[in-house]
Ligand binder design. Structure first.
Ligand code: GAL
Length: 674
């Protein structure tokens, strides 16, 4: 298996390191190295927001300090992830070139300040970024300690400046060719919003156009396109010096402004920043949620990823800066690895002394010593990662794919109706995920552009927007023997957000599910319905009830209440060699657990354990041709016993039949591939 960081093919442990803030304190820089070694840190990310130190005035580069730092790290066995500094522009540049500052949706340009707020289109900013990245790459690409490029930092947000609007119009011309075509695809005859000149098209803003859904959707697609186009400038600049050094950029949790799946071609490695907000209780839900996002990151490229940031203790941007409970640092870190991370990296190594992040958790506190609980927890994770280094040569291999498509999300959330008080696409996806997660079943997250042919089970909740071609993949999947789960709010619009005519689910999916969805009833928050199965079992339903008629499908369950009591609410249809289930409403957790429990048996789905894990214990599997690695993380807050399948040993080689997990413990076992 190809390593993510071939120059140093190991588990990475470390994180963001900002020596540029301490250049006048050589004593502290020296102490940093000592502390890094003590914490079992082997890799740090340097230079992330260092532009003002790298180019103190226009055209004057100063890289000597950086070289000394990277040299010294390398001499001490610590590798560098080298960042490009484009995430924060220096004050001199922002003041001399106001056009690089972003214009917000209210069409007012930002003042100088903050970070992550440059215009992605500005030719001047692109030119400066290219020059900086090229110079950095020429100087450092061949350094034996530099193992990965970290492009910018958490690309985010959008810019509404005149240059971005002009680029949007160019992108639209390319896509639609003629205005007539655009007007037709966007259905602009509605409310007389027909465009007669390309220059009349502006980005959607709250005090302007918000009613043309095709425009809103295309603006979001364009923003993703433009950010990737900007990122390519950075990527090409660093690749020019040495194409062998991989590039990454750090993604964020539940970030729905961009379509991350579109970045995959340009990046060698996916990495992300995970900040679960642990509490005294209720951590199981948080664990399931972050498991899903780890799986998203692994699935984007279908390979292991890097956890680029996490906090060693607390954050400082949440309402409450809560410390991790004893053990939680290990469980949370091992969770990332269990889902495919080949690193545990932190924000930040040393706490800054001033400015807005001075109270954010760090490996080294203002106190400065290693005799702290946080430091000991970090060192313990470092030691664990050294022990399980072989895991980097394995991956998660799932037989289940869950469709979580960003363009679909934009379209669902951008529509008016059927439930403006909360349509809850992401929550619906999570509900299916949680059921599989609680059973220790590995899951890949895919979007409508992914290949789904190799899975046994594909779950496609609320597939409202069908991008051209995905319906064909679904049909072929079921025809060839796959099992498909669909739900209410499926097959309503095409990729331009135009409704399908002739009955839902559109684009031929009605035939696959064997149902016709005639109408949709939305429920107020305090209203509920029930699903009744033939064997008498009942499940609560909420939010949306699709009123469906079987057209060939077998009815497995019916609505228990309201004027559609007794009508179909859960169906299954034989289509080709496979089956397609249709769940017409949003069920309580037990519905999904029971359904997937039954399907896991029928389809012999791969599971980490033979039995169900105890509630709140996450069981995950990484594997390769020779070995299987079992990860158990206990988020339940109570001690738990877990019986392991045969043949597992711990990392000291001792056979283990029963694992005893303290609250928030995380343990790893391995065995030969079965
Ligand atoms: C991340 C960011 C870091 C730091 C961190 C604090 O989103 O990339 O630079 O600000 O948050 O939690």
């Amino acid at each position: 298996m190809k390593s993510l960081t071939p120059k140093y093919p190991h588990m990475l442990h470390g994180g963001d390191y900002n020596p540029d803030q301490w250049l006048d304190r050589p004593d502290i820089l020296e102490e940093d190295i000592r502390l890094m070694k003590e914490a079992h840190i082997n890799c740090v990310s340097v230079g992330i927001f260092a532009w003002a130190k790298l180019e103190p005035q226009e055209g004057v580069y100063d890289f000597d300090w950086l070289e000394k730092i990277i040299d010294n790290l390398y001499k001490n066995g610590i590798y560098t992830v080298l960042a490009t500094p484009s995430g924060a522009k220096p004050v001199w540049m922002s003041e001399q070139h106001p056009e690089i500052r972003r214009v917000q949706a209210n069409l007012v340009r930002d003042e100088t300040g903050g970070r992550h707020n440059h215009c992605y289109t500005s030719p001047y900013y692109r030119e400066k970024v290219k020059a900086m990245d090229t110079a950095l790459a020429q100087r450092f690409a061949s350094h034996p300690g530099v193992i990965l490029w970290h492009l910018s930092n958490e690309y985010g947000g959008e810019c509404y400046c005149p240059q971005c609007q002009a680029a949007f119009r160019r992108w639209l011309r390319e896509k639609y060719g003629t205005l007539d075509n655009l007007n037709h695809q966007w259905w602009t005859t509605f409310w007389s919003h027909t465009y007669t000149d390309w220059e009349q098209i502006h980005a959607p803003v709250p005090h302007g156009e918000t009613s043309v859904h095709g425009l809103t959707l295309d603006w979001k697609r364009f923003v993703t396109h433009q950010v990737i186009d900007f990122m390519k400038v950075e990527r090409d600049a660093v690749k020019a010096a040495d194409p062998a050094i991989p590039v990454t950029t750090n993604f964020m949790y539940d970030f729905y402004h961009y379509n991350y799946f579109k970045f995959k071609e340009q990046l060698d490695v996916i990495s992300w920043d995970a900040y679960p907000q642990w509490r005294n209780e209720g951590n199981v839900e948080t664990a399931a949620d972050f498991a899903l996002w780890h799986d998203v990151m692994r699935s984007i490229k279908g390979q292991p990823f890097l956890l680029m940031e996490s906090t060693p203790s607390n954050t400082n941007w949440t309402p409450v800066s809560k410390l991790k409970k004893p053990g939680m640092h290990m469980a949370s870190s091992m969770q990332a690895v269990a889902h495919g991370a080949n690193s545990v990296q932190y924000f930040q190594f040393r706490k800054s002394r001033g400015s807005t992040e001075k109270f954010h958790g760090a490996v080294v506190d203002h106190y400065g010593g290693s005799d702290t609980r946080v430091f000991r927890d970090v060192a313990a994770v470092g030691q664990r990662l050294e022990a399980i280094d072989a895991v980097t040569q394995s991956d998660v291999k799932a037989e289940v794919a869950l469709v979580f498509d960003m363009e679909n999300r934009w379209a669902i959330e951008g529509a008016a109706g059927p439930r403006n008080c909360g349509i809850h696409y992401a929550e619906q996806v999570r509900a299916h995920y949680r059921a599989l997660w609680s059973m220790g079943i590995p899951v890949d997250i895919v979007d409508e552009e992914c290949d789904i042919s190799g899975y046994k089970l594909v779950i496609a909740p609320m597939l409202y927007l069908l991008r051209a071609g995905f319906e064909e993949k679904l049909k072929a999947f079921v025809e060839n023997g796959g099992t498909l789960i669909g739900t209410y709010h499926t097959g309503l619009v095409n990729e331009n957000d135009l409704c399908y005519l002739g009955g839902w689910p559109g684009a031929g999916l009605g035939e696959v599910f064997g149902v016709w969805h005639e109408d949709t009833d939305s429920l107020w928050d305090d209203e509920h319905n029930t699903l009744r199965l033939a064997d008498g079992r009942e499940y609560g339903l909420k939010e949306i009830c699709a009123l469906i008629h079987p057209r060939g499908a077998q009815v497995l369950g019916t609505y228990g209440e309201d004027f559609y009591q007794g009508e179909a609410a859960l169906t299954v249809n034989q289509y080709g060699k496979g089956r397609a289930y249709y769940i017409a409403s949003f069920g309580e957790d037990a519905l999904y657990r029971d359904l997937y429990q039954k399907l896991a048996g029928e389809l012999s789905l791969k599971r980490a354990l033979e039995d169900l894990p105890p509630e709140g214990v996450e069981a995950c599997l990484r594997e390769n041709g020779e070995a299987q690695y079992l990860f158990l993380q206990n988020f339940s807050g109570r001690q738990q016993q877990v019986s392991l399948p045969q043949g597992y040993v711990d990392f000291q080689g001792q056979p283990v039949e029963q694992a005893c997990l303290a609250p928030y413990d995380g343990q790893v076992f391995c065995r030969e591939k079965q």
